[in-house]
Write a protein that binds this ligand. Structure first.
Ligand code: ADP
Length: 195
């Protein structure tokens, strides 16, 4: 197995680059944002609970997203590896993920962190809000709240993985192909180290 965390603030391009990475490396894409939005679309109790937090730009409680990831790992025993997108977003989530992967005799191999300036993030998210249908992209207050949550709680996740020397920073501004090339180079390097 080869497991990647694609890390970065809201609007840094995780979703777009995830699609390209899973296609190239045959990984299973696990996006907690997408999983939560499907729960909301299906009006499940979990979705209804999560929506209250998401509408305000706040993080959904750890136990909710950890439970979702745990089920997704169990549901995909044949996967060649996972690409985690939007997860973990707190140190508690990172610790829980490490434990879950250990139970499956595997681990995170690399954390690819996309760096983008705050002003560029706001611009991209407002622009995405024009077509995405996501209400959390349509309101600048909610966008700024999400970036604040990222700085307050999620940035610490990179520090957590730095202790294990797993973090690589990538400039998340440039063309999609340029950024994908930088990400792929890192994945290729880490994969070669593994064998
Ligand atoms: P973005 O990164 O563009 O904000 P996501 O789709 O990853 O978009 O997340 C949308 C919202 O879903 C977040 O603002 C948060 O409320 C919730 N969410 C997603 N993943 C997590 C997570 N791992 N922990 C807590 N909340 C999450």
């Amino acid at each position: 197995m080869f497991n990647i965390i694609l890390f970065g603030p809201p609007g840094s391009g995780k979703g777009t680059q995830s699609e390209k990475l899973i296609a190239k490396y045959g990984l299973k894409h696990l996006s907690t944002g997408d999983l939560l939005r499907s729960e909301i679309a299906a009006s499940t109790p979990l979705g209804l609970e999560a929506k209250n937090f998401m509408d305000k730009g706040q993080l959904v409680p750890d136990e909710v997203v950890i439970g979702m990831i745990s089920s997704a790992l169990e549901a995909n025993p044949q996967a060649q590896g996972f690409l985690f997108d939007g997860f973990p977003r707190t140190e508690a989530q990172a610790e829980a993920l490490d434990k879950l992967l250990k139970l499956n005799q595997t681990e995170i191999h690399v954390v690819l962190a996309l760096d983008v300036s705050d002003e560029e993030l706001v611009k991209r998210l407002l622009n995405r809000g024009l077509t995405s249908g996501r209400s959390d992209d349509a309101d600048e207050k909610v966008i700024r709240a999400r970036i604040a949550e990222y700085n307050l709680k999620t940035a610490a996740v990179a520090a957590y993985y730095k202790k294990f020397d797993k973090v690589v920073h990538i400039k998340g501004e440039g063309t999609l192909d340029e950024i994908f090339q930088l990400l792929s180079n890192e994945v290729n390097g880490r994969m070669a180290e593994k064998v």
